[in-house]
Design a binder for this molecule. Structure first.
Ligand code: PLP
Length: 371
């Protein structure tokens, strides 16, 4: 490092040049994160120095974490759900699998996941040393329940279902999977990292939560559609005993045991996540989520008018299209699925004006191509 520090002004002008190298959110159509809501930023700043890894030092912040879990548990039809704030979907999924393995007590366990599962499950299985079995999807990009049944055996410690898949925005037949898990006595984890902050605000949304008896744990990320600051994920569990199966002794802290994966944990983003839910309430969240779905539909119709066909009609605000013949203009940051389908996530920052500007750009290319 430098032997002597530099003036603050120089430091921040350097940082500003670096920030300008980042992509502008106005053109980011590929991310499942978004600009944090202003109340999340304010709350985060207020709790910036707090560490939930030693909750006895920050009892006020710790109570906000309990409130966050309780609010989301209620939204997921189980006000008594327990859980904690993670760094995001990856940590929640790792922890869910650790719990499933610990509680099953199977010597050579396997985990069954849909082919559409996020790559965090590969990390999780690798880390905890369990076999990962993937189940193919049906034509509508949901997991095939019959093939799922074929993958389960007496060594299966965990079944996974996705509520809002990363690439295609689809919800697996969670009710059917939950029924299988319940009948077979297998721990069932739902990865709703994305969909968990969308589906509760949609009419006639597919079921995915604790209202289904087989669902034992749910991952949900406030730093995605919850518009919190990063990092903010949550892992919720039906049974407290399951969470406690991960407890380790923590001799020098204000608490005697912890079940979290990280030690030091940010209170700022937890306050940020709660701030958004409290400030907007159900109706405010509903308005934002429905706006994102409306934009998804508008994008789909606009693309169709240029002959660019959607791959599926998504359950949440992730739109995918057959790859256009001409490339998307480079100012737009889009992404492509493993099947090379164009993928656009209609997050809150991708508002109606952005969609129209994007469609105009695509339209110009289309006109150029036609004439
Ligand atoms: N699960 C799903 C369904 C996701 O879409 C993602 C990320 O996009 C994750 C898990 C991982 O979340 P994170 O990047 O916050 O760890």
């Amino acid at each position: 490092m430098r032997s002597k520090g530099i003036p603050e002004e120089d430091l921040f002008s350097f940082f500003e040049t670096k920030k300008l190298q980042d992509k502008n959110h106005l053109y980011i159509l590929s991310s499942m994160c978004t600009l944090p809501h202003p109340v999340a930023v304010k709350a985060h700043a207020l709790f910036m120095e707090t560490n939930l890894g030693d909750p006895g030092l920050f009892p006020g912040t710790a109570s906000l974490e309990r409130m966050l879990i309780s609010r989301i548990g209620t939204l997921f039809h189980n006000p008594d759900a327990c859980g904690y704030a993670t760094t995001g979907g990856t940590e929640s999924n790792i922890q869910a699998l650790r719990i499933a393995r610990a509680t099953a007590g199977i010597p050579s366990p396997n985990v069954v996941i849909p082919e559409s599962a996020h790559f965090s499950f590969k990390k999780a299985c690798d880390m905890i040393g369990v076999e990962m079995r993937t189940v193919p999807l049906t034509r509508d990009y949901r997991v095939d329940c019959d093939r799922y049944m074929d993958s389960i055996d007496s060594n299966t410690c965990c079944m996974v279902g996705i509520a809002g898949s990363t690439e295609y925005g689809m919800v697996d037949p969670i009710r059917d999977l939950a029924a299988i898990a319940h009948r077979e006595g297998i721990f069932f984890h739902v990865d709703a990292a994305f969909g968990g902050m969308v589906l509760p605000f949609l009419k006639d949304a597919p079921e995915f939560d604790f209202s289904l008896p087989g669902v034992m744990s749910i991952a949900v990320d406030p730093h995605k559609m919850g518009m919190s600051t990063i990092p903010a994920g949550c892992l919720l569990l039906r049974n407290e005993n399951d969470l406690c199966s991960l407890s380790v002794d923590t001799p020098y802290l204000t608490v005697k045991q912890e079940f979290t994966l990280s030690g030091t944990r940010p209170g700022g983003s937890v306050a940020g996540a709660l701030a958004v839910l409290e400030y907007l309430g159900y109706e405010g969240m509903e308005a934002i989520v429905q706006g994102c779905m409306k934009n998804t539909r508008r994008l789909t119709h606009g693309m169709e008018s240029y002959g660019i066909r959607p791959v599926v009609i998504p359950d949440v605000n992730v739109a995918t299209f057959e790859t256009p013949e001409t490339p998307v203009p480079s100012r737009w940051q889009v992404s492509y699925t493993r099947n090379n389908h164009l993928r656009i996530v209609c997050m809150p920052h991708v508002h109606a004006g952005v969609i129209e500007a994007f469609l105009d750009d695509i339209g110009e290319q289309y006109v150029e191509k036609t004439y």
